[in-house]
Design a protein around this ligand. Structure first.
Ligand SMILES: Nc1nc2c(c(=O)[nH]1)N[C@@H](CN(C=O)c1ccc(C(=O)N[C@@H](CCC(=O)O)C(=O)O)cc1)CN2
Length: 284
């Protein structure tokens, strides 16, 4: 059986490192602040936002929550973003996605100050990721990199296959693997012979959004399998894009869902917020 990568344990370690650094900054009179904005009453988003506030508490950041009604207009949301851009207590700004349908997330994200964009969704930060000159890494792909690192796998020269080409996960994930000298293939809905391409992968990252789509015949013996999916199975139970039971004996390392990539997303958000806070205080 492959080893299960414990995302909760890795994320707890990352948060503890951040807590210790935050404590030292506090001794110098420096406080770190994260503003979390949620619009509407999507139940999953409310859970994630609560978990982000809890994580802030764990690492010692100040958190400022702004819960706006679903009918909030673009102008009202932009006004809040502007206020937070100018607020010195706020080092990082996060607008929880998805937004209600009448709000265009691109317009909102483009108005967050890039040096406070701790999600790394702003085009300036996306561009920096392309050229490998980044301060913030997008949280989910960064979490995946941390989990791969935790297995002791050297990415250099490895065949890496990313299934999914979203701006938030697939594309930045491929870039991060490339910056680590992986040989990277991005697959998507039009990819021919998907199974064959995936089964060449030493490192397989699944971000498709289709429950349990990746079965053992997609993976190479001994592959590192990272599941970014957050789906529901036929019984409504949370599962990933990878059929964990089918793949676990063939992989060398595999992430579960829940308890794999998910918890890392919030730990990486804390890391980006610390990076932003240090930059705002002129600390390397
Ligand atoms: N502004 C953003 N919006 C969204 C992001 C994001 O990174 N920035 N990502 C997702 C939601 N998300 C964080 O916001 C997130 C999703 C899942 C988890 C997580 O820990 N999942 C658990 C399972 C949780 C459950 O039981 O439902 C796990 O995988 O173990 C954390 C964060 C979309 N929006």
């Amino acid at each position: 059986m492959g080893q299960i990568i414990d995302g909760k344990a890795v994320s707890a370690k990352v948060k503890e490192e951040i807590r210790l650094e935050t404590e030292k900054l506090k001794e110098q009179g420096i406080e770190i602040g994260l503003a979390v904005v949620i619009v509407g009453d999507d139940p999953a988003s409310q859970v994630y936002v609560r978990n982000k506030e809890k994580a802030c508490e764990t690492v010692g950041f100040n958190s400022f929550k702004y819960a706006l009604p679903a009918e909030t207009t673009e102008e009202e949301l932009l006004d809040l973003v502007k206020k937070l851009n100018d607020d010195d207590r706020v080092d990082g700004i996060l607008v929880q996605l998805p937004l209600p349908k009448h709000l265009d997330d691109k317009v909102i994200i483009n108005n967050i100050r890039p040096d406070k964009d701790v999600d790394a969704f702003h085009p300036v930060n996306v561009g920096k990721i392309m050229i490998g000159d980044y301060s913030f890494l997008p949280c989910t792909p960064a979490g995946v990199m941390e989990l791969i690192k935790s297995t002791g796998t050297d990415i250099a020269g490895k065949e890496c296959v990313v299934i999914g080409r979203s701006n938030i996960v697939g594309k930045p994930q491929a870039m991060l693997l490339l910056h680590n000298n992986g040989t990277v293939t991005i697959c998507h809905s039009k990819t021919k012979n998907l199974k064959e391409v995936c089964s060449r992968a030493d490192i397989l990252v699944a971000a498709v959004g289709r429950p349990k789509m990746i079965t053992a015949d997609y993976i190479k013996e001994g592959a590192v399998v990272i599941d970014v999916g957050m789906d529901r199975d036929e019984n409504g139970k949370l599962c990933g894009d990878v059929d964990f039971e089918d793949c676990k004996d063939k992989a060398s390392f595999i992430t579960p869902v829940p308890g794999g990539v998910g918890p890392m997303t919030i730990a990486m958000l804390m890391r980006n917020t610390l990076t932003a806070g240090k930059a705002h205080h002129g600390i390397e």
